[in-house]
Design a protein around this ligand. Structure first.
Ligand SMILES: [Zn+2]
Length: 378
């Protein structure tokens, strides 16, 4: 995509590989503006952050005095979720940890989870996905040539967390998402996470067999999400002056956490997906998002980020090994996988989805009626 119209933000390293990027008169991108807005409204520093967090924790404890758990946390073995687990316990909360085993967990990620569960004395609920069914869904997303191949995993983990929340009467999910290290997200790079209509359509067109056990939201639950969802979700790290360095030091010393190299490389699939599939097929380099958040919060300089982007996403010999491994595990020949890599890209909008149905004329009319009733009621 590096043609005549190529342009990079004057403040961060996001560029026109995000097809929807918009620049202001000073050459600053929409992601930077959105990030600054989010920092102003969602991030709380120092003592203020800690006080707010403790007030939230006290509230949750009071509400759940008679229940076995105060909140749910998702655990992946990664830095953000491990530090979230540590912080939740530090606040004196009793979390239930939920983990999705999608068949791609690295040995280090699994051992990181085991260590933190033991060190923090947390109950763990693990859902092991039906591999043959999940493999078919992943194959379908790759054959569909969309960038959203990790969407089914994100969808499933959310669906499991919601169902576990309902089962135990838990009303709060503490998440490791945060404005400091995770921002600058172009919708086109991955979308439809909560939209099972999308997953269903991709699978119907490119999968084989029936989906019977894949954890997913139903349409009513999807609608509920627009009304605030079934649970409160709190991005706890936004209250804790979050930085990766600080979190790393803490979880290495307290939880025996070990590095697996690279953000979100808790599985070979994620490593290959972010380091090979997205950059080679779509020219989407997720490092740009992460580095841009770090620039935006003053954690690194723009020059440092640009220098990092000059490096390969990860070791090139290992990239080749991963291509062979991913092809074999998903039942493709290497030639079939290479053909997928070379096929023209497709996107969320090319498929049916619940989101799309809600944009139809009938749904629009219904929403307008709902809005005007609400307005009339004040
Ligand atoms: Zn920017």
């Amino acid at each position: 995509m590096a043609g005549l119209s190529y342009r990079v933000c004057a403040r961060c390293v996001m560029d026109t590989t995000d097809p929807d990027i918009v620049f202001d008169a000073d050459g600053v991108c929409n992601h930077c503006h959105e990030h600054l807005r989010a920092i102003a409204t969602d991030v709380f520093h120092g003592e203020d952050g800690r006080n707010r967090l403790e007030a939230i924790a006290e509230d949750i404890k009071r509400q759940n005095r008679d229940k076995p758990y105060d909140c749910i946390i998702g655990v992946s073995g990664g830095v953000d979720s491990s530090y979230t687990a540590w912080l939740v316990k530090d606040l004196g909360l009793r979390p239930l940890a939920v983990h999705l085993d999608n068949g791609w967990n690295s040995v280090i990620a699994v051992s990181n989870i085991a260590h933190q569960i033991e060190a923090l004395d947390i109950d763990l609920y693990t859902h092991v996905i039906d591999w043959e069914e999940y493999k078919d869904i992943q194959r379908a997303f790759l054959k569909a040539s969309v960038p959203d191949v990790e969407v089914p995993t994100d969808h499933a983990i959310n669906a499991i967390m919601f169902s576990v929340a309902q089962k135990f009467g838990i009303r709060t999910v503490m998440r490791g998402g945060n404005v400091n290290t995770e921002s600058h997200h172009p919708p086109r790079w991955s979308q439809g996470h909560m939209d099972y209509g999308y997953i269903h359509d991709v699978h119907a067109k490119f999968g084989s067999g029936k989906v019977k056990t894949f954890p997913h939201l139903n349409f009513l639950q999807f609608l509920q999400l627009f009304r605030g969802g079934f649970v409160d979700t709190i991005d706890i790290l936004n209250f804790a002056d979050y930085s990766r360095e600080k979190a790393l030091a803490r979880i290495e010393s307290d939880l025996g956490w070990k590095d697996y190299g690279g953000k979100h490389h808790e599985s070979v699939f994620t490593r290959w997906f972010q380091g090979v599939y997205l950059p080679r097929k779509f020219d989407f380099d997720k490092r740009k998002m992460h580095l841009s958040s770090l620039i935006s919060t003053g954690q690194i300089s723009r020059d440092q980020a640009r220098a990092q982007l000059q490096q390969p996403t990860y070791d090139e010999a290992l990239q080749e090994e991963d291509c062979d491994f991913v092809a074999k595990k998903l039942g493709f020949t290497r030639a079939e996988l290479d053909a997928i890599m070379a096929a023209p890209p497709a996107f969320f909008d090319d498929f049916d989805s619940w989101g799309k149905r809600l944009e139809g004329p009938v749904a629009r009319a219904a929403k307008n009626v709902y809005r005007s009733v609400k307005r009339a009621r004040g």
